[in-house]
Design a protein around this ligand. Structure first.
Ligand SMILES: C[S@@+](CC[C@H](N)C(=O)[O-])C[C@H]1O[C@@H](n2cnc3c(N)ncnc32)[C@H](O)[C@@H]1O
Length: 273
């Protein structure tokens, strides 16, 4: 490997991959060594270490560092109304009945996805007090903090329509110029929790869910983990409930109770446990 500020060997890289896989389920490809180097370098700098092997020893001896390690290595790319056809489908589904609903956004990153869900809910029910519970989770504590604050740059918000921006966001002024903030009425519809999907503790997630969004995270897991998670997601859904997957994620041939009902949208078959 070329000369770098910190010593980073092929063995260090393999260890990082193994630890990340074991603790977050994420499989990093062989080509991701530069990414690992740049993302973890700031931890070495903060800890005043010069070799990745020292950092890995520190990680082993300091349980609290695992959070920084995982936060550093997750990929959090997201945007408002990403794969917009999903929100049209969600709107149609929510508009079918006025019954109370429960929605789980299972890898919510910095919040754009779940606030897009919340905006869709408000539009479908025509109210800021819909009978809808929305839970958003992610493994990464940094993105959850950001999502909780609901503050975005004008650039991030540029994918929103003029009407949505006007209705659901406050425009920053003075020191906050260049930012928008989710209005409190929308913010209070969502509860954020930290959840590692590969842990067995899903007790914070209610059963009988109407909708699960789990988009663009399964791609980081191996097929066995994907199949196990799909089984558990299907168990959390009520019959007829919808599962929204990312654009390149496979579902139907990994779980027979989730039936394709549209572009990367699946419905739990009636009569399955
Ligand atoms: C690429 S983002 C996708 C965000 C959003 N779902 C979307 O499609 O726009 C992937 C998210 O999955 C989260 N993630 C990765 N591994 C996870 C795990 N084991 N449990 C829960 N979340 C995880 C990351 O922290 C990151 O925020």
């Amino acid at each position: 490997m070329e000369h770098r500020e910190f010593e980073f060997t092929a063995n260090d890289f393999d260890k990082v991959r193994a630890i990340l896989h074991q603790n977050a389920g994420i499989c990093l490809g062989q080509s991701k060594d530069s990414m690992v180097y740049s993302r973890l370098s700031r931890r070495l700098r903060a800890l005043n270490l010069s070799r990745f092997s020292d950092y890995l020893a520190y990680l082993e001896g300091n349980h609290g560092e695992m959070e920084n390690f995982i936060n550093g290595l997750t990929t959090n790319l997201t945007s408002f109304f990403r794969e917009s056809h999903h929100f049209d489908t969600l709107n149609t589904y929510l508009s079918l009945t006025r019954e109370p609903k429960r929605i789980w956004c299972a890898a919510s990153s910095t919040g754009e996805e779940v606030y897009s869900i919340a905006m869709t809910v408000v539009k479908a029910y025509g109210s800021f007090e819909p009978p809808v519970e929305i839970i958003a989770t992610d493994i990464d504590s940094n993105v959850l903090l950001k999502a909780n604050q609901g503050i975005y740059t004008d650039d991030t918000a540029s994918s929103l329509t003029y009407d949505d921006k006007k209705r659901f966001f406050h425009k920053g002024t003075g020191n906050n110029k260049g930012f928008v903030r989710v209005i409190p009425e929308l913010r209070k519809l969502v509860s954020f929790k930290q959840l590692n999907l590969i842990n067995n503790q899903w007790s914070c997630i209610p059963s009988n869910l109407d909708v699960i969004f789990c988009r663009n995270v399964m791609i980081y897991f191996d097929k066995t983990t994907q199949a196990q998670l799909l089984h558990r997601f299907a168990q959390k859904l009520k019959n007829g409930g919808l599962y929204f997957a990312g654009h390149s994620e496979t579902v139907a041939n990994l779980n027979s109770s989730l039936i394709s009902v549209g572009r990367t949208v699946y419905q739990k078959r009636s009569g399955t446990p």
